[in-house]
Write a protein that binds this ligand. Structure first.
Ligand code: PGA
Length: 285
C-alpha cells in the first residue's frame, strides 16, 4: 500500500515514446474507480455499500476517488448516506442521462434531475446504453453536453465492438467516437475506454493493447482538441473498463496511460469491491 507515484510527467507530445515521462505532472485524483451496478441491487445493499465507502475512504491512498453508480431509483438512497455533490473521495454517479432537460420522454431521467438528487457524475454512452437505446455518436455527444450544462461531470464511454477489433478498426472507431463529442466539451469530463467485447465477458485485451489504446485516445484528445482550451490545458483521466477484477486490476492500473477503472460485476458486493480496492492499492501508482 502507500501513496501513488506521481513523479512522472502527464503530457503526451509523442504518445508512443513517452511512457516513462507521462506522470511527472500528474495531479490528484490519480486513480478513479467507478462501481457501475447496472440493473442490480436494492435499497438495503445500496445503503450497505454507501456506508462501507463512507466509513473506509479515509484508509485509501491519497488521490483515490470512487464514484458509485447504482440504478437510478437508488441514487437518492446513496446520496442520503454519502451526501450530495462531490464530497471527499466518494461521489455518486448516474448510469445515464437524457440529452433534454425535461419533456415527453417516458422512463428517462435528465441531467438536471440527477443534479437535483445529488449526483456529481453521470456515465454517458455506455455501450449497453448505446445499444439498447440506439444512440448515435451525436446522441452521446448531446448527452455529455447536457450533463456538463447541468453542472455534473460526464464519464464518456467509448470502445470498439468485437467486429471492429477483429478487423483492425479499433483505433478508427475510437477516433470517430472522440471526434463526435470533443468539440462540444465545455468543462471537466472523464473518459472510459471499454472494448465492447470485454464488458461482462471475462475477456480483456492484453496489457499492451490497453496501453496502446489509451495512448491513442490521449493523443487524439490532444491533436483533435488543440483549440479547446480546457482540454489543451489538461488531458482528462482515461479509465479502462471491461472485466476488471481483483486479479487483474493491479496490472491494468500500473499501465502508464491508465488513470483508473470502471468496474461492473466485481463491484456488486462490499466484499467483492473491497477485494478490488485492496488489489488496486497495491498498484505502483
Ligand atoms: P464488467 O462491466 O466489469 O462487468 O465487465 C464493465 C462495465 O460496466 O462496463
Amino acid at each position: 500500500m502507500g501513496g501513488y507515484k506521481s513523479q512522472f510527467q502527464h503530457g503526451l507530445d509523442s504518445p508512443l515514446t513517452s511512457m516513462h515521462i507521462q506522470r511527472m505532472t500528474k495531479t490528484p485524483p490519480d486513480i478513479t474507480l467507478i462501481a457501475n451496478w447496472k440493473m442490480y441491487g436494492n435499497s438495503a445493499n445500496t445503503v450497505e455499500f454507501s456506508d462501507y465507502l463512507l466509513k473506509n475512504s479515509h484508509h485509501w491512498p491519497q488521490g483515490t476517488k470512487v464514484i458509485f453508480c447504482p440504478p437510478a431509483c437508488y441514487l437518492p438512497v446513496a446520496t442520503q448516506v454519502l451526501g450530495k455533490e462531490k464530497r471527499g473521495a466518494v461521489s455518486v454517479g448516474a448510469q445515464s442521462a437524457h440529452a433534454q432537460q425535461n419533456g415527453a420522454h417516458t422512463g428517462d431521467i435528465s441531467a438536471v434531475m440527477l443534479k437535483d438528487v445529488g449526483c456529481a457524475y453521470a456515465l454517458v454512452g455506455h455501450s449497453e446504453n448505446r445499444q439498447s437505446r440506439h444512440l448515435s455518436d451525436a446522441d452521446v455527444a448531446a448527452e455529455a453536453q447536457a450533463v456538463q450544462q447541468a453542472g455534473l461531470v460526464p464519464v464518456i464511454c467509448i470502445g470498439e465492438s468485437l467486429e471492429d477489433y477483429t478487423n483492425g478498426q479499433a483505433f478508427a472507431v475510437l477516433t470517430r467516437q472522440i471526434q463526435a463529442f470533443l468539440p462540444h466539451m465545455q468543462g471537466a469530463y472523464l473518459l472510459a475506454y471499454e472494448p465492447v467485447w470485454a464488458i461482462g465477458s471475462g475477456k480483456t485485451p492484453t496489457l499492451a493493447e490497453i496501453e496502446k489504446a489509451h495512448q491513442h485516445i490521449k493523443a487524439q484528445l490532444q491533436s483533435v482538441s488543440h483549440n479547446v482550451k480546457q482540454v489543451r490545458d489538461s488531458t482528462p483521466p482515461v479509465l479502462y473498463g471491461g472485466s476488471v477484477k481483483h486479479d487483474n486490476i493491479k496490472n491494468i492500473l500500473d499501465l502508464p496511460s491508465v488513470d483508473g477503472a470502471l468496474i461492473g460485476s466485481a463491484s456488486l458486493s462490499v466484499a467483492g469491491f473491497e477485494a478490488v480496492l485492496q488489489a488496486a492499492f497495491n498498484s505502483d501508482k
